[in-house]
Design a protein around this ligand. Structure first.
Ligand code: CA
Ligand code: ZN
Length: 291
């Protein structure tokens, strides 16, 4: 069955308090209209997130969507069919954003027109690579703002969450209560300046339930699995993601942990997803040829 949710149905945190706006059956398809991370308040270059911009309402996520039959301990599998973008996005940076401070004197906006497969940045034609920044389920017993990533998903800002990929998210409450938003027309690993090309989108996805539990968000495409981990520092996040890779490979191939660590060391890539959110996110890419 095909459903649709409008971009007026948003939440600013992922929370067990929110009632689902839609209930679907496993295998159903949903077109989710997503709002951009600044709630479409920056549509010209004279508008920025400086001054009295309301940072309590950013990164809206459309939902939540309950999946019938999903119970805590299960995994919700989101197959992303397509991501259709609006024809205009925005790139933003501010003096306090990212690893290099005070590159700009104040917050600045760049409006980017999007046409076909290209975005026009200062007249330069840049190929788009549409991806979803925020996607997650409700946590068990607390609310987590959509700006923050974690085991539930959230603001993962991971470049591999694209059309054609599958996202595995742990279920903590009945129905899972999935929500998503913050689509980027393009973003580099790290999202170092604090934003991608932030844009409204229509995301077409199919949801399913997997009874195999997953610790933290995992992404799969034709060539690889990506094991994500978010933490306060890059060290902690790297530890978490590599540990996941060791366990994943060891369990999949029924080989000892130390052999799996060796395989991780020689065949898998530790990659930075983002360094600009309240927790940073890294991922390990496990190529399927070694499994
Ligand atoms: Ca984001
Ligand atoms: Zn974003």
């Amino acid at each position: 069955m095909l459903h649709r949710i409008g971009r007026d149905k948003v939440v600013y945190d992922m929370s067990p308090e929110h009632k689902p706006v839609l209930e679907v059956s496993p295998g159903d398809t949903v077109i989710v209209e997503t709002e951009d991370c600044f709630c479409h308040k920056i549509v010209s270059e004279s508008q920025t997130v400086g001054g009295d911009f309301d940072f309590t309402h950013v990164n809206p996520a459309t939902g939540p969507i309950a999946v019938k039959g999903a119970t805590p301990g299960d995994t919700i599998v989101v197959s992303i069919e397509s991501i259709e973008l609006d024809d205009q996005g925005v790139v933003e940076t501010c003096p306090a954003w990212g690893p290099v401070k005070n590159v700009s004197k104040s917050c600045v906006s760049e409006i980017v027109k999007i046409q076909g497969n290209y975005a026009s940045f200062m007249g330069e034609q840049i190929e788009i690579k549409p991806m979803i920044g925020v996607i997650g389920n409700s946590p068990a017993d607390k609310s987590i703002p959509c700006t923050t990533p974690g085991r539930h998903g959230g603001n993962l800002d991971t470049r591999d969450i694209v059309a054609g990929s599958r996202v595995f998210l742990p279920v903590f409450v009945k129905g899972g209560n999935l929500s998503l938003g913050d689509v980027h027309a393009r973003m580099g690993d790290g999202e170092v300046g604090g934003s991608g090309i932030e844009v409204r989108a229509n995301v077409k996805l199919t949801v399913d339930i997997d009874k195999m539990p997953v610790d933290s968000p995992t992404v799969e495409n034709e060539e690889a699995f990506y094991l994500l981990f978010s933490a306060k520092t890059l060290e902690e996040a790297s530890h978490g993601a590599v540990k996941r890779a060791i366990e994943f490979i060891s369990d999949w191939k029924s080989i000892p942990r130390e052999k799996a660590y060796m395989l991780t060391s020689i065949c898998c890539d530790l990659m930075i997803s983002q360094v600009v959110n309240p927790l940073v996110t890294v991922r390990v890419r496990v190529p399927k040829v070694i499994l």
